[in-house]
Ligand binder design. Sequence first.
Ligand code: F6P
Ligand code: MN
Length: 285
Amino acid sequence: MTVESIFETVATVGSKIQSALGERRSYEEGRNPSGERQLAADVYADDLLGERLLALDSVAAYASEEQETVTESEGGGTYHIACDPLDGSSNLTSNNAMGTIVGVYDQPLPAPGDALVAAAYVLYGPITTMVTASEGETTESLIEDGSRTVLSEDLTISEDPVTYGFGGRIPDWPPAFADYVADIEDDRLKLRYAGAMVADVNQVLTYGGIFGYPMVEGRPEGKLRLQFEGLPMAYIVETAGGASTDGSRSLLETTVSRLHERSPVFLGNGSLVTRLEDAMADWSP
Ligand code: F6P
Ligand code: MN
């Protein structure tokens, strides 16, 4: 039940983060290791998650998008946690949805996709929900005052795709990728883009479809970070019956050489992911 205690802690901290957002909308002086400006809410969420997760006996280490290096627990433990404390935090300025992403690895970080044993995200929308994945099961819960009420025991991606959403400026997309998007539009998929990965992925799980942040002109590695964002969300989507790719293979088959390494990330229904891999087969940076 040690993974369960990690999920429980994330639910408790998620509630605290949600209620702290209103007073933490200003920018701090600092930037994170990826060069992004930090809001007071990013720093608050990171501090609280690190403190509460490292206090668990099962947690050996904590790393996050907001810190350069991994923090080891004094007592040791089995699990190495990688977090995006406040995903899509620039949405705090415009009052749009955001999330928290947690990856639970059984190897020291940086760790590859096959070292993931569990993952979770919290979505701060009109309501706060949490999706957890472990041992082949994906569960969606409502979070209220830190306690969880199960909404769906066995969350499965809808088989009839409805939405797509991709980041990056369209003129910066590789032509093969732009052609793929035009192709899936012809299949009557419609655009939905929240600007926060957690919100976009939750939408894809709910309605079916595909979300991604592609390779773009001048940045073939895209924007999203593998360890903190790409891999945990791929683990959740694949556990829910969907698929993931970096453009050529499942994200869960990739290795991570640097903690803050970026990669193109695509998540959604298997049929759409396979078509994307076929469309990008001849592409090289
Ligand atoms: O964490 C990075 C992130 O905020 C994701 O949540 C989101 O998918 C993406 O960046 C949005 O990027 P852009 O502002 O370029 O659309
Ligand atoms: Mn993020």
